[in-house]
Design a protein around this ligand. Structure first.
Ligand code: HEM
Length: 408
């Protein structure tokens, strides 16, 4: 069930699926807790969900679902569709050779800023984008807090973001009181108006830290899932044609240029199978660590308190015993039920990724607008995907865009 390694100062056990994963996911809070690197805690702050446990985490996840749960997220489909459509019309030029990574990143930043803070002005977006980039780049650097280090830049970035968030919060409170904003308008409004399971609203410091954490968690993970989907679609023309067929029938059932609705998204089964298969082969996030809080016995070994346990997709996603022909890109494998605790790009148990529905919505909308306008050719069919630490094509996925509009 497990392999022992020492890759931190604490002993770390890499657990094997499906039983090791199940043990971790189903015993959160009893045997194990989340464990994140200390520099991340310094930069994000103690009050964000990553570092909460027990009732506090449960209560905060309850607030999050008011924005990210399946019923809530459907409210935002049309807005998301309009933003992505506008972005593609403006920045994706037929006949050009482009790097897909910066373009997709830009589109998803615009989307996240709109859904989280109702920002639609490009200038305002830029004012937040630069410090966010600094913040993200410094997150995984050595925590050397000296002038010129990436860590210091990340801290400065964080301070700038928090200053802007202070302004947004103050303004939004007034707008909510005077009826110029509404409770479900965006994530900020949800955080300001929803109480946790304990009946308590969030403090402003908690709101700022958690917005920062969510932008970070939401961003490159979803970009990664789209990058690898585009790469595998580019490598497999049969997949492009099947995907396009699904989207043509959705497009033809609507008036031209009308944004996608939640019910359109429900017709995108094959699209989601493609993204799932891309995330099997190139999982955006490798896995995570858990810290043992109560000594227990596993496979005859006693696992002491404070040891770390690591679940990682690399022990399951490409294993023949769980996935037939594991190296092949076969979206149809998702037609059949999978063995539980083997396909885990979003983790599992009470700390499963709360952004699943948002990521699924973004991926399907983006692919719809892309595939109904373009074909794309991979400029380097051998471009590898590396974990950096998220799975991304090493050279930003160079593609040639070929116009392919749907004739209505
Ligand atoms: C394809 C996109 C995404 C993938 C593959 C992904 C994957 C993951 C994984 C593997 C975890 C760790 C679970 C664990 O510790 O066991 C996680 C946690 C998390 N994700 Fe995502 N994620 C994605 C998108 C998002 C989005 C869009 C958001 C927010 C809107 C988000 C917010 C979070 C948060 C807040 C956590 C921490 C949850 C907690 O500790 O309770 N993620 N995600």
């Amino acid at each position: 069930m497990a392999r022992f390694t020492r890759h931190t100062s604490l002993a770390t056990i890499v657990v094997n699926p499906p039983l090791g994963f199940k043990l971790l996911f189903s015993n959160h809070g009893k045997l194990v807790e989340s464990s994140w690197p200390q520099p991340m805690r310094t930069l994000l702050g103690d009050e964000c969900l990553f570092f909460m446990e027990g009732q506090k985490a449960k209560s905060f996840r309850h607030i999050l679902l008011a924005f990210l749960g399946p019923d809530a997220i459907r409210r935002y489909a049309e807005r998301a569709s309009m933003i992505i459509q506008e972005h593609i019309d403006k920045f994706w030029m037929a006949g050009s050779e482009v790097k897909a990574y910066p373009l997709v990143k830009k589109a998803l930043f615009s989307l996240v800023f709109s859904l989280f803070l109702s920002i639609s002005d490009e200038e305002e977006e830029r004012e937040l984008l630069a410090p966010f980039q600094d913040f993200l780049q410094g997150l995984l650097e050595l925590p050397i807090d000296l002038p010129g280090t990436m860590f210091r830049r990340a801290k400065v970035g964080r301070a700038k973001i928090f200053k802007k968030l202070d302004e947004y919060i103050a303004k939004r409170k007034v707008e909510l009181e005077t009826g110029q904003a509404w409770p479900q308008q965006d994530f900020l409004s949800v955080l300001l108006t929803t109480k946790g399971e304990d009946g308590e609203p969030m403090t402003e410091e908690e709101i700022k830290q958690n917005i920062l954490m969510l932008v970070m968690s939401a961003h490159d993970t979803t970009v990664s899932s789209l990058m690898s989907s585009m790469k595998y679609i580019g490598e497999n023309p049969w997949c492009y044609y099947r995907l396009r067929t699904e989207h043509i029938s959705i497009l033809l059932a609507r008036s031209p240029n009308e944004p996608l609705t939640h019910s359109d998204l429900q017709k995108m089964d094959y699209t989601w199978k493609i993204v799932q298969e891309a995330m099997r082969l190139a999982p955006p996030a490798a896995g995570n660590l858990r810290r043992v809080i109560t000594e227990f016995t596993m496979d005859g070994f006693t696992v002491p308190k404070d040891w770390l346990l690591n679940w990682t997709v690399f022990r399951s996603h490409k294993k023949e015993k769980f996935f037939e022909e594991p190296e092949r890109f076969k979206p149809d494998r998702f037609d059949r039920p999978l063995l539980p605790n083997t396909y885990v790009p979003f983790g599992g148990g009470p700390r499963i990724c709360p952004g699943y529905e948002l990521a699924k919505m973004q991926d399907r909308i983006f692919l719809h607008h892309l595939v109904t306008r373009f074909k794309w050719m991979l400029l380097d069919p051998n471009e590898a995907i590396h974990m950096t630490p998220l799975a991304l094509p090493v050279n930003g996925l160079g593609i040639k865009l070929i116009s392919n509009p749907v004739k209505i």
